[in-house]
Design a protein around this ligand. Structure first.
Ligand SMILES: NC(=O)c1ccc[n+]([C@@H]2O[C@H](COP(=O)([O-])OP(=O)(O)OC[C@H]3O[C@@H](n4cnc5c(N)ncnc54)[C@H](O)[C@@H]3O)[C@@H](O)[C@H]2O)c1
Length: 360
């Protein structure tokens, strides 16, 4: 359970607030009464959730590059955050193949720039760096990865996220709490394949499905048998918030790496997800196989979240079916011209009430 009392009046910096996950996290923190500052490039897609849900209305939004050390420093000095969530990244596997150097630059050097800005600014209690489930060396053997498993990555995006993990580990051991009483606690977080309303990214399953359905085309599917740990965006975000709170309250025992994945049964093949979405949408939606050729993507990816469950008291809340229902209903609300900020906040309230009933 995320504790709204803790977040009230907290000063929080989110990098990547104009992206899909950053926009949801910004709205969650705004609704909990935090003073939120975002630092990011402009929204990466058009349309985008940041504008559709008027996310900038309840926060300070700074547009800047994560590698611009001076601008980042000015932002830190001006807004003095106590807690930092780092989400800014080149977040797409296929774009990583097209722009490998830029992907390493933003994801690895960008992470170092952020941690250095935090170090120089002082006053930050906790930093949560978002990497990915793809940071593990993928053995394709269907075993769910644990936090201590070997890092790797067969493509530039995955490898850049493994490298970002190493940057966090080096900053933690060199400049983290323990090196001085003023230094922040640092954690890295590895979530699964996140779905939810307002994702408009290229080459991601749910946005691809939604675009095709809304344009009246059959959905073209590249890797129907690939297994991924699907989860609603609110699941890992709830984990990041809980982790940041524990880092602030209880310190170093929560520093380190954490997986936030779905229920084990919700690591499903792409085809199963497509079938469910097509059925939920109705209205004659359909899908076809896109035979390729396509760049390599791993066949199976699963996360073991025992550490978060046992040590943090976090567990997933919505099953895949509920996550897909919420996602489809968001895109239907978009087509129906509804107020999308209200839709996000209603879904957040519904998620929190389910999470509350699960702990009672
Ligand atoms: N969506 C997923 O399924 C998923 C899964 C695992 C991990 N992640 C990670 O979560 C984070 C957020 O992902 P998302 O889905 O919201 O991605 P997104 O592409 O929607 O958003 C990325 C954000 O980073 C910003 N950004 C990109 N380059 C930047 C730069 N040079 N300087 C400053 N800002 C820059 C963009 O403007 C945007 O705000 C990323 O680190 C991503 O790798 C996402």
């Amino acid at each position: 359970m995320v504790n709204p009392t803790f977040w009230r009046d907290k000063k929080v910096l989110i990098t990547g607030h104009t992206g899909f996950k950053g926009a949801w996290l910004s709205l969650w923190l705004q609704s909990a009464g935090a003073h939120v500052t975002g630092y990011s490039l402009a929204p990466p897609t058009s349309p985008n959730l940041f504008e559709q849900a008027n996310v900038g209305q309840g926060m300070q939004s700074v547009i800047g590059d994560i590698r611009d050390a001076e601008h980042l420093k000015q932002t830190m000095d001006r807004y003095r955050p106590g807690i930092v969530f780092h989400l800014a990244a080149q977040a797409l596997v296929r774009r990583g193949y097209q722009h490998p150097v830029a992907t390493f630059d933003v994801n690895v050097v960008g992470t170092a720039c952020l941690l250095e800005a935090v170090r120089q600014a002082g006053g930050v209690n906790a930093v949560v760096v978002v990497t990915s489930d793809k940071c593990y060396q993928n053995t394709e053997n269907s075993v769910a990865y644990k936090e201590a498993d070997v890092l790797g990555g067969n493509d530039p995006y995955s490898s850049s996220k493994a490298c970002a993990e190493l940057v966090v580990a080096a900053y933690r051991s060199s400049f983290g709490n323990g090196s001085s009483t003023q230094a922040p606690e640092m954690a890295s977080v590895r979530a699964g394949n996140v779905i939810g309303g307002g994702d408009w990214a290229e080459d991601r399953l749910l946005p691809d499905i939604m675009r095709a359905i809304m344009e009246g085309r059959p959905v073209a599917i590249r890797n129907p048998h690939a297994i991924r740990p699907w989860q609603h965006v609110l699941e890992p975000l709830g984990g990041y918030l809980l982790l940041a709170e524990r880092l602030c309250r209880e310190g170093g025992k929560f520093a380190g790496a954490w997986n936030f994945g779905p229920f084990a049964q919700d690591a499903e093949p792409v085809e199963a997800v497509v079938r469910q979405v097509v059925a939920l949408w109705g209205d004659g939606a359909s899908w076809v196989l896109d035979a390729g050729p396509h760049p390599h993507e791993s066949k199976v990816l699963k996360l073991d979240c025992t550490k978060a469950q046992e040590h943090l008291g976090w567990k997933p809340c919505w099953r895949l079916e509920q996550a897909l229902e919420a996602t489809v209903s968001w895109y239907k609300a978009y087509l129906g011209g509804q107020n999308l900020r209200d839709v996000v906040l209603e879904q957040l309230a519904s998620y929190q009430s389910k999470a509350l009933s699960a702990v009672r």
